[in-house]
Ligand binder design. Structure first.
Ligand code: AMP
Ligand code: GLY
Length: 436
């Protein structure tokens, strides 16, 4: 089969890496891909938001399955357009992608179908939003309704901060039209976890649990990022809690979507807070997580592509009956190496050293995110080097018999990698270790 993976981050590198292991694959393309992806896939210079460019490419290259990594093309309706041309594509359609693209839509659905989440109110008028805040007690969370590249959530400690957040989002429009409406919700205290499944609307195939680390600095300090590291599984999520998450969250939302006439096919990600009052949904995403995918896929012993195809074709029930979904018992840890300045402004183009040295160490994989491969030919002598090309640059990933061992191996490998200004968190997995 000929596969096209859309996206250019660490998540897409992990997807390409895993799909490349499938016996069904003959060729993989990635648009636009990155330095690491180019080792397993042919990278084509088409942007993720260029739906018609991707469509033309898929037609011309007779792509058998397109896999969409990020949320933006899904929210734009790439799946609907590919479906019109009878091209197979993995991911939810535009209506279903509202679950991530509109937090108002998601919260209303959660309320309607009795899915546990923080209490909230919706406002399209900043004056009324501020009045509401004045009647509440801090801390509060203010969320822009639409997509904001993962930055649309402002956790506020005081009433004044919450009012400022409303002004920034609704009046100054720091997230543009995404801030036409806001959600103001109660602050939840607890530990976060990510539960990812794939579904064809009727059946659900579960992935291992994982935990992301959102803040830039150790001890959860500093601003939020796309994610600075992850581990899987989350020891706290035992079989009983996992079942509760499926019953009270995953099955209810899929059933709710179906009742609304929405046929959801693709990955579904529930961001969950484990509070003293039980599990609550923070958000739904309509895609795989980044960096969660980097710690989940190395633990998957089965053919991801086969499962994705079954999802697209609505045949997950049959796939499940074949009983081929297997997980490695070991733990997996990913540490993200970021550019100086990230998540603010950062420089690009710094040479990355050390990749070659850890390339063939068993159970270590380096997933590339913001990197670019440069090939130079000096008098017939070919040299390859990788340079930084984004904020999150690499995800150093290791499997270990225990979480502790996986953490140790990951950091041993991370020490070998170097580029100017590189920084990474030193405490990935700390919550689980502390509990041990
Ligand atoms: P979201 O995109 O809605 O998941 O929000 C991004 C991040 O903001 C989450 O991963 C949490 O760390 C934080 N967050 C969102 N909602 C809440 C809440 N109600 N209480 C506490 N933290 C929250
Ligand atoms: N790691 C968080 C996300 O993918 O949304």
């Amino acid at each position: 089969m000929r596969i096209l993976v859309v996206g250019s981050g660490g998540r897409e590198h992990a997807l390409v890496w895993k799909i490349a292991q499938s016996k069904l694959v003959s060729k993989i393309f990635s648009a636009p891909g990155n330095g690491g992806i180019s080792e397993k896939a042919e990278c084509v210079d088409i942007k993720t938001e260029d739906t018609f460019g991707l469509l033309e490419f898929a037609k011309k290259e007779k792509i058998d399955l397109t896999v969409v990594g990020p949320e933006a093309p899904l929210a734009d309706g790439i799946v609907d357009i590919f479906n019109n041309y009878k091209l197979k594509i993995f991911g939810p359609n535009k209506k279903a992608a509202q679950l991530e693209a509109s937090k108002v839509f998601a919260k209303q659905l959660m309320k309607k179908y009795n899915i546990p989440t923080a209490d909230f109110e919706i406002f399209d008028n900043p004056g009324l939003a501020k009045k509401y805040i004045e009647r509440k007690r801090a801390p509060l969370v203010v969320k822009a309704d639409g997509l904001a590249q993962g930055k649309g959530v402002i956790v506020t400690k005081t009433i004044e901060e919450a009012i400022q957040a409303v002004e920034s989002i609704m009046e100054k429009k720091i997230f543009g039209e995404s801030g036409n409406r806001v959600i103001i919700e109660d602050y939840l205290e607890g530990e976060e976890a990510s539960i990812i499944v794939i579904t064809d609307s009727k059946e659900v195939l579960t992935f291992a649990s994982s935990q992301d680390h959102k803040r830039i600095f150790d001890n959860e300090q500093g601003p939020n990022t796309g994610g600075m590291g992850a581990y899987s599984p989350v020891p706290m999520i035992n079989a009983q809690l996992f079942k509760e998450i499926l019953d009270r969250i995953i099955f209810r939302i899929i059933d709710g979507l179906a009742r609304e006439g929405i046929d959801y096919r693709g990955a579904l990600y529930a961001g969950i807070m484990l509070t003293s009052q039980g599990i609550k949904v923070l958000e739904f995403n309509v895609r795989f997580g980044d960096p969660e995918t980097q710690v989940i896929l190395p633990r998957l012993n089965s053919d991801l592509l086969e499962a994705m195809l079954a999802t697209v074709e609505g045949k997950l029930a049959k796939f499940k009956r074949m009983d081929r979904w297997r997980w490695d018992e070991r733990s997996c840890v990913c540490v993200v190496c970021a550019s100086k300045g990230y998540p603010g402004k950062y420089e690009k183009g710094k040479e990355i050293f050390g990749l070659e040295e850890i390339k063939n160490i068993p159970d270590i994989v380096v997933f590339h995110a913001g990197t670019r491969k440069l090939i130079s030919d000096v008098k017939g002598q070919k040299t390859i080097k990788y340079i930084t090309d984004g904020g999150r640059v690499l995800g150093v990933t290791a499997l270990g018999n225990t979480l502790k061992e996986a953490i140790y191996k990951t950091y041993q490998a991370a020490k070998v990698i170097q580029f100017e200004g590189m920084h990474y968190r030193r405490d990935i997995g700390w919550r689980a270790l502390k509990r041990e």
